[in-house]
Design a protein around this ligand. Structure first.
Ligand code: ASP
Length: 441
């Protein structure tokens, strides 16, 4: 059994927490490959190491030398090394990193030093080898991590029973350090899991997994114990955030389950994300709805034209107008003579909406075109919906009973989700009503 474990910034935030992490790792011999983030916040108002390094980069750009922010980075790492009682000379490592930062003058390189030094410390604490992500995670010319990375990782880890790998960065096609986007150690963890053919990718964070809906809208919603990759995709797309969205793909391709766990409550069950087939086969009692997520600020362009279905190239011409303005759409619910384009409002701000509307009108001469702004979308997600009779009746009665007018409906063709559009101002009320209906049973 091989587990790859990724620990996030709060798990690494100080020496006490790093010890906690070491205990978690030592408690299970299958926890073999450890991917780490840089230290995050210790308390509200604290600054993450990665953010201090951003500041460092600004200072280097202005004065050519590291300054006050880097001194703070040094102080954080030195106090961690002291708390851990490590004889390891972290001071020398930090001074060498400062020289390189001043020489390289690259934001990605500067940011990567957080994970690099954390990885070195963690490897020292566990007494196991450290693997520099620069040597094994290779971005291709297209900016994506290619197959070569899997081979290099496999090669580097084949004779190591256990190892620590720095998260968040790798090396680009020109041999320079390159980082993933923020939160990218999740992606590094998934890549390592895929490379070693892990049985499970454990992602350790500071929450006990996914919740059935946003806790800032519904206080203490219930946790989701298990969900499928498909459900995860739907929920994360709509804003449910625990994992970096790109981290799903490497493990999903290899059918490796992800287990989200809480470093501060290791006894909690957490959330298991399973390949869809395994999830469907293993589910004993499946809830009708697995989770609810949503986002505000969409624009819906509703187009009506009689006999739209007989007009060849109608959708094509609408799409041409979108392409002209470099706009992508989120959803495209349609009827026989109607079509709605759901677009993230940011994409059509600053007069773009008006000129897009004119282009669509010119391209397809609709009978009627209606533009709705300030729309919130709520996705109600669950494989269980396909099997339960009356789900939409329950959903829409709950929304009606809350006094909310539904502005748009879109049911994904997989029957995995129903997306409801309401006015922004009714968003929270709708989420609460839907949660009450499906989770307080
Ligand atoms: N340290 C990086 C960040 O704060 C990467 C990570 O934590 O995954 O975004």
């Amino acid at each position: 059994m091989i587990k790859v474990c990724k620990f996030g910034g709060t798990s690494m935030s100080d020496g006490i927490n790093m010890r906690r992490v070491a205990d978690i790792i030592d408690a299970d011999p299958s926890r073999r490959y450890i991917v780490v983030s840089a230290p995050g916040k210790r308390f509200g108002g604290d600054t993450k190491i990665t953010d201090l390094l951003y500041e460092t980069q600004r200072e280097v750009a202005e004065s050519g030398c590291v300054g006050e922010s880097y001194r703070k980075v040094m102080a954080r790492f030195q106090s961690i090394a002291e708390e851990l009682g490590l004889s390891f000379d972290v001071g020398a490592l930090l001074l060498a990193a400062a020289k390189e930062i001043e020489r390289e003058r690259s934001t990605d390189f500067t940011l990567s030093r957080g994970e690099f030094i954390t990885g070195k410390l963690m490897a020292e604490l566990l007494g196991i080898p450290f693997v520099d992500a620069r040597d094994v995670v290779k971005f291709g010319a297209d900016g994506k991590v290619g197959r070569k990375t899997f081979q290099l990782l496999k090669e580097a880890l084949k004779d190591k029973r256990r190892a620590v790998i720095a998260g968040f960065y790798g090396e680009d096609a020109n041999g320079r350090v390159k980082t993933f986007s923020r939160g990218g150690s999740d992606v590094s963890g998934a890549i390592v899991a895929r490379a070693v053919g892990a049985d499970e990718y454990e992602n350790w964070t500071d929450v006990s997994g996914f919740l059935a809906c946003d806790p800032s809208i519904v206080p203490s919603p219930c946790g989701i114990r298990e969900l499928s990759y498909k459900e995860l995709r739907e929920l994360s797309y709509m804003g449910a955030r625990v994992l970096h969205s790109e981290s799903i793909f490497p493990v999903r391709e290899a059918d490796i389950p992800i287990h989200i766990k809480n470093t501060f409550r290791p006894g909690d069950e957490g959330t298991r994300i399973l390949p869809t087939a395994a999830y469907l086969a293993g589910a004993k009692t499946m809830r009708t709805v697995t989770g609810i997520a949503g986002k505000k600020n969409f624009t819906v362009i509703h187009i009506e034209k009689s006999l739209m279905n007989t007009e060849i190239g109608f959708t094509y011409r609408v799409m041409e107008a979108l392409v002209k303005h470099s706009i992508s759409f989120e959803h495209l619910p349609s009827g026989i003579d109607t079509m709605s384009l759901v677009i993230d409002s940011e994409q059509v701000s600053g007069g773009v909406l008006e000129s897009l509307g004119e282009d669509i009108a010119r391209a397809v001469s609709p009978d009627r075109m209606n533009i709705m702004t300030d729309i919130a979308l709520i996705a109600v997600v669950g494989h269980g919906m396909a099997k339960s009779v009356g789900t939409s009746a329950r959903l829409f009665s709950a929304i009606a009973n809350a006094g909310v007018n539904v502005r748009m409906i879109d049911q994904g063709s997989s029957e995995l989700n129903i997306i409801v559009g309401v006015d922004n101002c009714n968003y929270e009320r709708t989420v609460r009503a839907v949660y009450e209906e499906f989770f307080r049973e």
